[in-house]
Design a protein. Structure first.
Length: 963
């Protein structure tokens, strides 16, 4: 059999002079071949990830078929010229093609000795949604015969031709994939073949004819015969695929700039479908799911391209290749190990074996689960491949979320039938209603947890995968689209579950004879691949079980690595990390995850407990009357003090009346506060103890008052029922009174209403009660010899006067408690900066504050004028339309809100040097926002307990990126 391999002609003339390796200004096409490449791994932005990887491998002496890369810069020129490649670039490409033809001694479109090409997209960052690769380009009615003669395998030639026509028609000509697939299915059926490998030459010839006529029917034109036209069309289609909806959607989700552009790789073909000693496959240098250091992958004999990942035939585990193709296996293992050491990172590689000879077709940094990322980073430090600092750069903060992910409850799961077992493609656990399309997942996913069930996912399913709690597929292996994308998303996935029979049209799923309709609940275990019936409850992960004392650290290797990585974070980070926690249980979790204090305790959350609500309601219902009575009494007493003898009796009478009339509400109001005091005191004591002397920031009441009261509609309905009862019915009176207060408290714009310190200003008794509870709790802790550091935080301050007054109330109580209980408690009083006016007047406010804490949720809301609760109607559209780069409630708007923060920090610290400043909004747990807070010089961030490890890592990485 003659050579088809991409091998240089032997006995060739002396080497052509090569341009110097590296970046050449204005150069649009970079060559790789004959052991040398013009590009290298550092040229990702220009050559795309794939092109840079091919060049680097070529330079490292790895066997790679030769070819050339058209740059991302050329992609930009392509769009600037209205979707055409500028003539200068096209000429450069022609020259490179000629060079490739010379190197291989074959020509594109030559019927005697045809050169066949693959055309491959390749953006600077790996990106599903880009154009699919086209293989075997250059085949037409003449060259296919030439190929058949040269290889003495007409079957092989027509198999390649069939593949080419199918791929090209689909991705370049836009012929519906289903129609093309239907022809293949029909041919297989007719030939009684289970798989495409069983089709003989005759069948394949007929199939190609059918495909070509489908193209004519669908497009009204003939399939291009001219190989150069094929090449130009394929190349342009790759460029254009940069702007497909799929690609744009993916970029938006992942914050990839639209300006990057994609490169195009044109490469000589090597053939994995050339018979029984040929194969194609993919693999990883370590397990991308667990991080375990074992050679890992899948391959198919006598196959081409994406057969392995497309789930057409079930691929074999790579270990089996050691028996079938021992030499190629040994070489593959050696090369990929070398690549891992070279890149000092786990590689995801693609290869093809042509008649026993190995060719590498791609290598890239392997996507991995959070668990794998953690294990690999720590292991590679131990192996001496990485420094600790580099290890921190290898784990994305958000990935740590997965280490804390829930798993299916091991007891509860026993009560649920195990329906099937697929591959454990992405760990974690999920339960949800099954849906069969991406659209349905998005739709239904708004209201409930869903599991997306597909034969196999494709880039069209990205939105649905995002919306789903878990993903379940019938075909495809550990390296299938579903598996790779789910791992990247940190989402639980069970793939290749062959027992599933999916009927997308009828929206049913059959497993082992049982029928499940859309909406039925199933549960997935992404770590074992099991599919269970019903809604199985989830439990805490290994790390969380250790932290809560339910598992010994020695039995938890993942926990041990987690702790080490966290310790490395703490060596380098400057920002402190605190947690937002309201109850001792959350505080304990936060502490065990490394929180260095509480940055926000929302006291109103404590008020919601069942034993408190009645007192809170009484407090609210009487607050207004009690205040009016107090004001009236104070006014009369003042008048009395300056009154003449004749006026006094009248005033005294009036005073007595005022006391009598206001007595009930004042008593009820004060009584409610008195009931709440010991409850709050116990809460605070629990928090102080849990936080072991670290600072605990307690915010005074910041309630939407109406949330505590019964709903207006409910009261009206109950009143309706009591209509016939006597007017004097006490229940009826009570409801009427509550209803009146509910209506009175109704606000047209509660977010800008009677909130925050405004409440404490009008009803200082509430602030005093809370201060008392805090200091008495602190005193109890201090007396038992333990350290305690309360920080009292006044919310929603817009003017210094508000803070001054509330501060005075707190200080009076603090002095009183400390004197009475004979202790000293180190405490501070500060404020939240969450109203733009406060940020602007930060210097004035700082005069009365020991600390600032930016409440970035409200600050964002008020700076944009976007209601947090209503912006869902338009904000996504804003982001889609590119008006905003992202949701400012998720990642801080550094250009607007961020500038307010910077100025407030500067002004605050100028007025009060050393002013402590932190953040307690949602942004305190967002890595991008944390980077900004690091740059701005904040002292700490505070986030929800389970985000603490994420914030520690993000803070460490932010600190490292500054050095
Ligand atoms: P993707 O970006 O989807 O990974 P690739 O460009 O890597 O697409 O191509 C997919 C597959 O096509 C490769 O894994 C390989 O099997 C096959 N392929 C690509 N180029 C060649 C080639 N020059 N020779 C043989 N097979 C190729
Ligand atoms: Mg692909
Ligand atoms: Mg690939």
């Amino acid at each position: 059999m003659s050579k088809t391999v991409a091998e240089p002609k032997s006995g060739r003339a002396p080497r052509e002079p090569e341009p110097a390796a590296g970046l050449v200004p204005g150069k649009a096409v970079y060559f790789f071949g004959d052991g040398r490449a013009e590009g290298n791994a550092r040229m990702r932005d220009l050559l795309g990830g794939k092109g840079a990887g091919l060049a680097e491998m070529m330079n490292a002496g790895v066997p790679v078929p030769p070819g050339y890369t058209i740059t991302t810069e050329a992609c930009r020129l392509f769009f600037e010229s209205g979707g055409r490649l500028p003539g200068s670039v096209a000429r450069e490409e022609d020259a490179m093609l000629a060079r490739l033809e010379r190197l291989l001694g074959r020509r594109l479109g030559d019927p005697e000795n045809p050169l066949l090409l693959s055309v491959r997209s390749g953006a600077p960052v790996s990106m599903p949604g880009m154009m699919d690769t086209i293989l075997n380009l250059g085949l037409n009615s003449a060259t296919v015969e030439g190929l058949a003669t040269k290889t003495r395998s007409a079957r092989f030639a027509f198999d390649s031709y069939r593949r080419f026509v199918q791929m090209f028609s689909d991705v370049v000509l836009g012929v519906p994939r289903a129609r093309l697939e239907a022809e293949l299915t029909a041919a297989k059926k007719k030939a009684r073949a289970k798989a495409d490998v069983e089709l003989d030459e005759k069948t394949l010839r007929a199939l190609v004819r059918r495909l070509l006529s489908v193209v004519r029917e669908e497009t009204g034109q003939d399939f291009p015969e001219d190989a150069r036209v094929q090449l130009a069309q394929a190349r342009d289609a790759v460029f254009r695929s940069w702007h497909t909806d799929r690609a744009e959607h993916y970029r938006r989700l992942n914050g990839i700039p639209d300006t990057f552009g994609t490169a195009v790789n044109v490469q000589a073909m090597v053939f994995g479908n050339l018979g029984a000693r040929s194969a194609t496959g993919v693999g990883f240098t370590r397990d991308p799911s667990t991080g375990e250091p074992r050679f890992y992958g899948e391959y198919l004999m006598n196959a081409q391209g994406e057969d392995v990942v497309a789930g057409i035939r079930t691929p074999h585990p790579i270990a089996q290749m050691e028996r079938e193709l021992p030499e190629a296996f040994a070489e593959l293992k050696a090369i990929t190990e070398r690549l891992e050491r070279h890149y000092r990172d786990v590689q995801d590689f693609e290869f093809t074996i042509e008649e026993g000879r190995l060719f590498m077709l791609q290598t890239r940094r392997a996507a991995r689960t959070g668990i794998a990322a953690l294990r690999i980073a720590v292991d590679m430090v131990d192996e001496g491949l990485l420094s600790k600092r580099e290890a921190l750069e290898r784990v994305e903060p958000d990935q740590l979320d997965q280490v804390l992910h829930p798993v299916l409850d091991s007891t509860a799961r026993k009560r649920h039938a195990r329906l099937a077992k697929g591959l454990p493609a992405s760990p974690g656990a999920a339960a949800g209603a099954i849906v069969f399309t991406s659209e349905e997942a998005v739709e239904r996913g708004r209201k409930e947890r869903v599991i997306l069930v597909r034969a196999e996912t494709s880039p069209d399913d990205i939105a649905g995968m995002h919306a789903a709690a878990g993903i379940l597929t019938a075909t495809g292996g550990m390296t299938s689209h579903a598996a790779v994308v789910a791992r990247g998303m940190g989402k639980c996935c069970v793939a290749g579950c062959t027992e599933l029979q999916i009927d997308e049209a009828k929206r049913t799923l059959k497993i082992a004879g049982r029928m499940f309709r859309e909406g039925t609940f199933l549960s997935l275990d992404g770590s074992t691949g099991e599919v269970l019936e019903g809604d199985v409850p989830t439990t805490d992960s290994e790390v969380v079980r250790v932290l809560t004392g339910r598992l010994k650290p020695t039995q938890a290797p993942l926990f041990e690595r987690f702790e080490r990585l966290m310790a490395w974070c703490d060596e380098v980070r400057r920002l402190r990390v605190r947690a937002n926690a309201d109850v001792p249980r959350d505080a304990q979790i936060a502490r065990s995850l490394g929180a260095e204090g509480i940055g926000l305790c929302r006291t109103e959350h404590m008020f919601f407990a069942a034993d408190r609500i009645p007192h809170v309601v009484t407090m609210i219902l009487n607050a207004k009357e009690a205040r009016q009575a107090r004001l009236r009494i104070a006014r009369i007493e003042e008048e009395l003090a300056g009154a003449s003898a004749s006026e006094r009796p009248g005033l005294k009478q009036e005073l007595a009346r005022a006391k009598k009339e206001g007595g009930a509400s004042m008593r009820d109001f004060d009584g409610a506060l008195a009931k709440l005091l010991p409850l709050q005191r116990a809460d605070f004591k629990g928090l102080f103890l849990a936080m072991e002397g670290t600072p605990v920031t307690i915010r005074t009441l910041d309630p939407p008052l109406h949330e505590f009261l019964p709903k207006r509609e409910h009261l009206l309905a109950e009143l309706q029922g009591l209509r016939r009862s006597a007017k004097a019915d006490p229940r009826r009176q009570q409801i009427e009174r509550t209803l009146a207060r509910v209506e009175e408290l109704h606000e047209f714009n509660p977010m800008l209403g009677f909130r925050g310190c405004r409440l404490g200003i009008l009803h200082p008794e509430i602030t005093r009660m809370q201060a008392r509870a805090i200091f008495e709790a602190a005193a109890q802790v201090a007396k038992s010899g333990l350290p305690v550091r309360p920080e009292i935080m006044i919310p929603l301050v817009g003017d210094k006067e508000e803070l001054r007054r509330q501060r005075a109330e707190v200080e009076t109580v603090a002095q009183d408690v400390m004197r009475r209980l004979q202790t000293t408690i180190p405490y501070t009083i500060g404020t939240m900066i969450e109203i733009p006016r406060a940020a602007v007047l930060a210097d004035e406010i700082a005069a009365h504050a020991d600390f600032f804490s930016f409440g970035t949720n409200d600050l964002t809301q008020m700076t944009f004028g976007f209601s947090r609760d209503d912006c869902g109607r338009f904000l996504p559209e804003y982001v889609d339309a590119g008006i905003l780069p992202g949701d400012p409630f998720v990642s801080l708007d550094t250009r607007g809100v961020g500038v307010l923060i910077q100025r407030a920090c500067f002004a605050g610290r100028r007025a009060k040097p050393g002013l402590k400043i932190g953040v307690c909004g949602e942004h305190g747990g967002d890595p991008a926002s944390i980077a900004f807070f690091e740059q701005t010089g904040l002292d700490y961030v505070s986030c929800s307990p389970f985000r603490v490890p994420v914030a520690r890592l993000a803070a460490a990485r932010a600190a490292l990126s500054r050095t």
